[in-house]
Design a protein around this ligand. Structure first.
Ligand SMILES: Nc1ncnc2c1ncn2[C@@H]1O[C@H](COP(=O)(O)OP(=O)(O)OP(=O)(O)O)[C@@H](O)[C@H]1O
Ligand SMILES: [Mg+2]
Length: 252
């Protein structure tokens, strides 16, 4: 007998509320990170005892001055870098002690990365670039629908008819849209975007942010975007400012 259910089989309202309250997709628990100068003489504390979480389906902006640790935070969230102390949990499971293969699989299947520079392979077509992350998955995890999905996503971002083009023939905004599709091709749960609009003019920057938010909504993803542009940050559900190694929520 399931005690969470009423006789009618529906969840009791109170319990349903608990169930629906933003489940954490990624959690940081007491995470600290300090870099050391080569030789180890000078220490650069970047993250200090950060406890923070990103809810399922939420969009979050990270802001703060250059060098405050935004990329470091993103790299730790994305398991590209390890904290000195504290824990990172993805879907409730700690990633501490995971092998490089396991982390690579986690990143490849659950996370999509977008950077300031698109990092597209210049010799590969748009379609080939978009499909590259599928090759990083083990054979048994590759699905036959990837090409179809790539086509659909390219239409969705306004790049129908560009599948066979080389990146050099595309505008900056178009290249970033290819990078967005590439980040989405393995159907991730989390998009980590480090200044994705940094190299775009305002019109293209706004269009890219809107596109990311629209896809986040449609695909029920969580989105974390580092940005120096207050107007792009303000489009997210939450804005967090990095300050002295911690994260402070900006008033809505
Ligand atoms: N691999 C590294 N080795 C040593 N120091 C590092 C390393 N990576 C980052 N740092 C230092 O850590 C601090 C935070 O860097 P980080 O790249 O996270 O800043 P940021 O907020 O992303 O800056 P920006 O807005 O310029 O991209 C800086 O002082 C930087 O010099
Ligand atoms: Mg950075």
């Amino acid at each position: 007998m399931n005690s969470n259910r009423t006789d009618g089989g529906r969840l009791r309202p109170g319990l349903a509320l608990v169930k629906e309250s933003a489940m954490a997709l990624v959690e940081l628990k007491h995470v600290s990170k300090t870099y050391r100068e080569p030789g180890g003489a000078v220490e650069v504390p970047v993250l200090r005892d950060v406890t923070w979480q990103i809810g399922e389906g939420s969009s979050v902006a990270i802001v703060g001055p250059s060098g405050c640790g935004k990329s470091t935070l993103l790299n730790i969230l994305g398991t590209l870098d390890e904290p000195d102390s504290g824990e990172v949990l993805f879907e409730g499971e700690s990633v501490r002690g995971c092998s490089a293969e396991r982390l690579s699989l986690l990143r490849g299947s659950k996370m999509g990365f977008i950077f300031q520079m698109h990092h597209l392979m210049p010799q590969c077509t748009v379609m080939e670039n978009v499909l590259l992350p599928t090759l990083a998955l083990p054979k048994e995890m590759r699905d036959a629908g990837a090409v179809e999905r790539a086509r659909d996503l390219l239409v969705r971002v306004g790049l129908e008819g560009r599948q066979q083009w080389l990146p050099s023939k595309l505008s900056g905004g178009e290249r970033q849209r290819v990078a967005v599709v590439r980040a989405l091709i393995n159907q991730p749960r989390l998009i980590l975007a480090d200044e994705p609009t940094g190299a775009l003019d305002e019109k293209n920057a706004t269009a890219l942010t809107e596109l990311l938010l629209e896809l986040r909504q449609a695909l029920n993803l969580s989105l974390v975007m580092v940005t120096h542009h207050p107007e792009q940050a303000a489009r997210m559900d939450e804005v967090w400012r990095m300050h002295e190694g911690g994260l402070v929520k900006e008033p809505a």
